[in-house]
Design a protein around this ligand. Structure first.
Ligand SMILES: [Mg+2]
Length: 272
């Protein structure tokens, strides 16, 4: 039988268990047993990060490029005019939060085909570069106090591609993504998606979940769930009339001031 890594079996293991392969097999087994017998093994809160227009600036215009590719997909795969394609795309986006959800519901489109022609076709390599400031911010978060987890409506290919290009892929312990390979599609702001994220990340409780996203709708629904939510609205973009969540920031850097409990102290930074 193909060996399965301990981390895949127990994604919620604490940092010590993540280092377990250096120790004898009996030690590894003990940690694995402890994780199945006790939910209290890893009590760290979870900080969920949205990816697109959150870890990189909305000014990169990736969203606009994606909209063009989606319109192109509608025109190529549905028997409608270019004008109707744009309208239908907007309609599904408003109704479901994701164009692909409407496409799979009403037109039997294969989401993986959509992913190939839209997300995977984005010229991200030309746009996204390693971001040292973002990396420093994420590095300064204390992994013994908080678990960092990605939460995206994109498929896993896109999620991995973006964090790799930004040079921060090693700083997250996992990702909850919209699984285009299974029906029905579950994505934010559906409560099932937040529930799935809690399970994937092994969150100790709903109250121990923190989240930052640039989408007001996603923020509104995660706040309603009980997550401590931060709406990111970059400078130059209008703030919503009614804040969708408890916190609003103009930059991820503001997380340092809002949640100092999750960041390393200056002493810890100088020794790490
Ligand atoms: Mg986003």
């Amino acid at each position: 039988m193909k060996p399965v890594s301990l981390l895949r079996l127990c994604p919620s293991l604490p940092p010590i268990a993540r280092r377990a392969p250096r120790f004898p097999n009996t030690f590894v087994r003990r940690i694995a047993m402890a994780s199945t017998n006790s939910v209290a093994v890893d009590s760290r809160p979870v900080f969920f990060f949205d990816i697109d227009n959150c870890l990189y600036s909305r000014k990169c215009n990736i969203h606009d490029l994606m909209q063009e590719l989606i319109d192109k997909f509608f025109i190529a795969h549905l028997p409608i005019s270019a004008q109707d394609a744009v309208m239908l795309h907007q309609k599904y986006y408003k109704e479901y939060g994701l164009a692909i959800e409407g496409l799979t519901k009403h037109h039997k489109i294969d989401p993986l085909e959509f992913n190939k022609e839209v997300d995977d076709a984005l010229p991200l390599d030309d746009i996204l570069k390693p971001d040292p400031k973002l990396r420093k911010l994420l590095e300064d978060m204390d992994k013994s106090k908080v678990k960092m987890w990605l939460l995206t409506n994109a498929y896993v290919n896109h999620a991995k591609r973006v964090v790799k290009l930004l040079g921060v892929e090693d700083l997250f312990e996992g990702v909850t993504y919209c699984d285009y390979g299974s029906q029905p599609l579950i994505c934010k702001p559906n409560q099932k998606m937040y529930e799935k994220a809690e399970q994937d990340a092994g969150a100790p409780s709903t109250e121990q979940c923190y989240f930052v996203d640039d989408s007001a709708l996603n923020c509104e629904h995660s706040q309603a769930r009980g997550w401590t939510t931060v709406h990111l609205v970059e400078p130059g973009f209008a703030l919503p009339e009614v804040p969708p969540s408890k916190y609003t920031v103009r930059s991820l850097e503001e997380l340092r001031g809002l949640f100092p409990q999750f960041f390393k102290s200056n002493d810890e930074k100088s020794t790490s």
